[in-house]
Design a protein around this ligand. Structure first.
Ligand code: ASP
Length: 585
């Protein structure tokens, strides 16, 4: 760290004093990390953001300071000075950067008292999350939180540097706005001045960044907060931070060319090395081989398509699926698969939408399987060869609609993989379909969002349209995604129509964008990345909450401030709002 400006509290960072400064009289400030009394001597580890420094209080040299130090308690705040001395032989601590030295304190000031903290700051023992969040300011004092905050800063700074070096302008967009189209539920803010009207908090700056392109900004980025009111899912936050960017007069390759080296720089901060250019995998290939558009390819196990093998099969289940336009696909697994394990896999397959889970164990060149009797030797031999199975392997089948088979087998990959994945795997997924059919709603949904440029024959069935979207996947996580956008109002309306959004509704919800597109919108495209997720991954943390200074608990509440909380009757009256649910319901 840059040396602090000398003032009455300190002139050095405690964690940065070294043997070269022995004999100097530094002044340091911070928290009492730990105190030990040793046969007349008192040792205190003093902690500031830079690290730890051992202070020693000797009764014979500084009687007053020694006596006062005896009353110091963990987390008291002090400023101390004295001579920096070499530690006695045998007491050097090689694990501490300041481990060769200690400060022989001649005097100190107690700047603030501390109550006994609800958990220990000086130990990395696990503490319940509710308690950590309730006292987040204490949790932040712990090394593991400080380190992640430093890393987060470095990630954001690297992004700002990379983009600023390439002429991107950092521009803020509104927090109080209209509903944005990322497909989640909006957080609403009532307007007092225009009663009965509501702002929505942005789910992303999508429309504003497109308007910035219409505005001739050419290259924009922002590290915005986004808000999505979604139901509880383990690692979701109602507000989260993105890197959001957009650029004009570009194709996909321009975006990849910008992002590849940016990701390389950012991932290097977590010691992850990646080779450029990042590999590109088509959506269809990802689904076919891994059953997911954000697969963890490190698991190794791949899906094999056996539709052709069973096209004429005498086994009704397989034949029926193929005749109905579906597929037969399989996973080949190695390892021990007792009946109980197969039963568990079947249960999971069913929860993923399968009707059942056919399986076979390769034994004596043939199959031990409840379905073996329905199959010809030729089918068995061809399927065994196609999945490259050897003696003792298990083959798990899905015979269904292609999307169901992908989901089921993709979902089982992690259950049958051998060992834990190691290393890292990062790649682009490209060439998405424009829409996916929503069974529940009985209509098309955009796979990215409705402003993504479609490709293909737009007069053909929307199910055949492709999109100019792209995602980045790291170790099975979607790090980010974006697209080349629509820049013509007629195409935009066509996409709305395919989504069942008729012109009046489009006008009402997105009229301002459609209008902007009539005033000369350049071709443009962009992308957004989830910063919290990237930081958590780089820091090796399981939860994004660990990458956020003041996150919400899993319930969506903030144990520190008590938000969300009821408000005064008067505030509600001013807003013209009546609440009919009692608090807490
Ligand atoms: N707005 C999109 C999102 O938040 C990203 C993009 O298309 O740039 O996911």
């Amino acid at each position: 760290m840059t040396p602090p400006r000398a003032n009455r509290y300190r002139d050095h960072w405690a964690g940065e004093l070294r043997a070269e400064q022995i004999g100097e009289q530094p002044r340091v400030a911070g928290w009492v990390h730990r105190r030990r009394d040793h046969g007349g001597l008192i040792f205190i580890d003093l902690r500031d953001r830079s690290g730890l420094l051992q202070l020693v209080f000797r009764p014979e040299e500084a009687a007053e300071a020694h006596a006062a130090a005896g009353r110091l308690r963990a987390e008291d705040v002090i400023s101390a000075t004295g001579e920096l001395v070499r530690r006695e032989e045998g007491t050097v601590n090689p694990n501490l950067p300041t481990g060769e030295v200690e400060l022989a304190v001649s005097g100190f000031d107690l700047l603030a008292d501390a109550e006994t903290p609800p958990f220990q700051i000086d130990e990395d023992e696990p503490v319940g999350e509710e308690l950590r969040l309730r006292y987040r300011y204490l949790d932040l004092r712990r090394e593991r939180m400080r380190d992640v905050m430093v890393l987060r800063h470095d990630v954001v700074k690297t992004i700002r540097d990379h983009l600023s070096e390439r002429d991107f302008l950092e521009i803020e967009t509104p927090i109080l706005t209209r509903s944005t189209p990322e497909g989640a539920r909006d957080f609403l803010v009532p307007s007092r001045l225009i009663r009965g009207s509501w702002y929505a908090l942005p789910q992303s700056p999508q429309l504003f960044k497109q308007l910035l392109m219409v505005g001739g900004i050419e290259r924009y980025f922002q590290i915005p907060r986004c808000f999505r009111d979604e139901d509880f899912r383990a690692d979701r936050q109602p507000e989260f931070t993105q890197l959001d960017l957009e650029m004009s007069f570009v194709d996909e390759d321009d975006v990849f060319d910008l992002i590849d080296p940016l990701l390389q720089r950012v991932l290097a901060l977590g010691g992850i090395e990646v080779e450029l250019p990042l590999e590109q995998v088509s959506y269809d290939e990802a689904i076919l081989r891994y059953g997911s558009d954000r697969p963890d390819r490190r698991l190794g196990v791949e899906i094999h398509d056996l539709t052709e093998v069973f096209r004429e099969s005498g086994f009704k289940v397989f034949r029926g699926a193929v005749d109905a336009g579906g597929v037969v696909r399989a996973l080949r697994a190695r390892g021990d698969f007792p009946r109980s394990r197969i039963d568990k896999l079947e249960e999971k397959a069913k929860s993923l939408g399968a009707k059942g889970l056919a399986w076979a164990v390769v034994e004596d060149g043939g199959w031990r399987s409840p379905i073996a009797k329905f199959l010809s030797d030729d089918e068995v031999a061809r399927a065994t060869a196609a999945v490259e199975a050897r003696e003792g392997d298990v083959i798990l089948f899905a015979a269904d609609r292609a999307d169901v088979a992908a989901k089921v087998l993709g979902g089982l990959r992690s259950d049958v993989a051998e060992g834990e994945p190691s290393g890292h795997d990062i790649f682009w997924v490209v060439d998405f379909p424009m829409f996916e059919w929503s069974e529940g709603e009985g209509r098309w949904d955009a796979l990215h969002h409705p402003f993504t440029s479609p490709s293909g024959d737009l007069d053909a069935d929307p199910g055949t349209w492709r999109s100019r979207g792209y995602d980045v996947v790291l170790d099975g996580w979607e790090l980010g995604g974006g697209s080349i956008r629509i820049n013509r109002p007629d195409v935009q309306q066509k996409v709305f129509s395919a989504l069942g959004i008729e012109p009046e509704e489009a006008e009402e919800r997105f009229g301002f964008l459609l209008e902007a597109l009539t005033y000369g919108a350049p071709p443009h495209g962009g992308i957004a990345f989830g910063i919290d997720r990237i930081v958590a991954l780089l820091a090796g943390r399981d939860s994004i909450r660990d990458a956020i200074a003041f996150p919400k608990a899993a319930s969506g509440a903030d144990p520190l401030t008590g938000a969300p909380s009821p408000v005064d009757e008067r505030q509600l009256r001013e807003l013209g709002i009546k609440v009919d649910a009692p608090p807490g319901s």
